[in-house]
Design a protein around this ligand. Structure first.
Ligand SMILES: C[S@@+](CC[C@H](N)C(=O)[O-])C[C@H]1O[C@@H](n2cnc3c(N)ncnc32)[C@H](O)[C@@H]1O
Length: 280
């Protein structure tokens, strides 16, 4: 008979893929903690708590970003989009893209992409019975692997408009990896009428506190390191797609529909830029 402690240890660890080092934080898990999720470890919670010390109410910024996600998915469906590619989709939480989209139109198809093994493992579990959605384990720096993946090809018709979501992800891609060139490759793969949504951390209004957050992440030895970017740098990620109103703004200001869309802490409404653009 295993001891109670032994049983507890099995319950605690059986969902952890063997490749995961739980002694360094991952940004997928730290963000999961900020959103109130359960798929994170002590090292992630410790980092999140340090972040909250220098940036109180950081979790409301994460919530505001998730609310933006829901609004843009519904907006895109209103524009005729029924297929979505969500790159850097994260650990499943409430109101995931397929749930928002399929609640509006059950025919919607969704391909999630993430490089984090825990995000992938939990997405696989969540999607086991959903034939209209899948998760691809890949790094966004390898567009060919994502665009050519059999699941992507099964679920997405690139001759029809696609909703490409790249939310809270590109600030983990350093300038040396050329996020602008990578986004051009993704944009080129899409049909006219496709839409691109991006959210991205900025220090435009928050210089000192965001520098402190960046330093905390650096000290944590996480494989993910934060590159905050300016309005012009984020704008350039949309290329020649046409921004829809109100343009690239603090994501809480992008067509808010209710109190849950906006943080009570004004700075948290400005720390993440959000925008949606259409391919002409
Ligand atoms: C902060 S979470 C955002 C989750 C979700 N998109 C949202 O906005 O709520 C960022 C996710 O991007 C993933 N990510 C970071 N760099 C990536 C890369 N190069 N390729 C694929 N995924 C990446 C992380 O693993 C993490 O799950």
């Amino acid at each position: 008979m295993p001891s109670i402690e032994g049983v507890f240890a099995v319950v605690q660890t059986e969902w952890i893929p063997p490749s995961v080092d739980i002694s360094v934080p991952s940004m997928a898990r730290t963000y999961d903690f900020l959103l109130g999720g359960a798929h994170n470890f002590a090292v992630d919670r410790a980092l999140a708590e340090q972040v909250e010390r220098v940036m109180p109410d950081a979790r409301s910024a994460a919530r505001v970003n998730r609310a933006f996600l829901g609004r843009v998915v519904r907006h895109m469906i209103g524009q005729g989009v029924t297929q979505f590619l969500d790159i850097g989709s994260g650990i499943p939480t409430v109101a995931n893209v397929h749930e928002v989209a399929q609640a509006v139109d059950p025919r919607c198809r969704v391909v999630y992409v993430d490089k984090d093994p825990i995000a992938v493992a939990h997405s696989e579990l969540m999607l086991a019975d959903n034939d209209h959605a899948a998760i691809v384990h890949a790094d966004m720096r390898d567009p060919a692997a994502i665009l050519g993946h059999p699941e992507t090809r099964r679920l997405i018709d690139f001759d029809q408009p696609v909703g490409l979501l790249v939310l809270m992800m590109l600030h983990w891609v350093p300038d040396e990896a050329d996020p602008w060139g990578l986004m051009a490759t993704y944009r080129d793969a899409l049909a006219p009428g496709s839409h691109l949504a991006i959210t991205h951390v900025t220090a435009d209004q928050q210089d000192e506190r965001l520098t402190d957050v960046t330093d905390l992440i650096k000290d944590s030895r996480s494989a993910d390191q934060l590159t905050e970017r300016s309005h012009d740098q984020v704008l350039a990620l949309f290329g020649d797609f046409e921004l829809v109103e109100p343009g690239l703004v603090g994501c809480a200001a992008w067509r808010p529909g209710g109190p849950g869309d906006i943080s009570d802490t004004p700075e948290m409404n400005m720390v993440i830029y959000g925008g949606v653009a259409r391919k002409p």
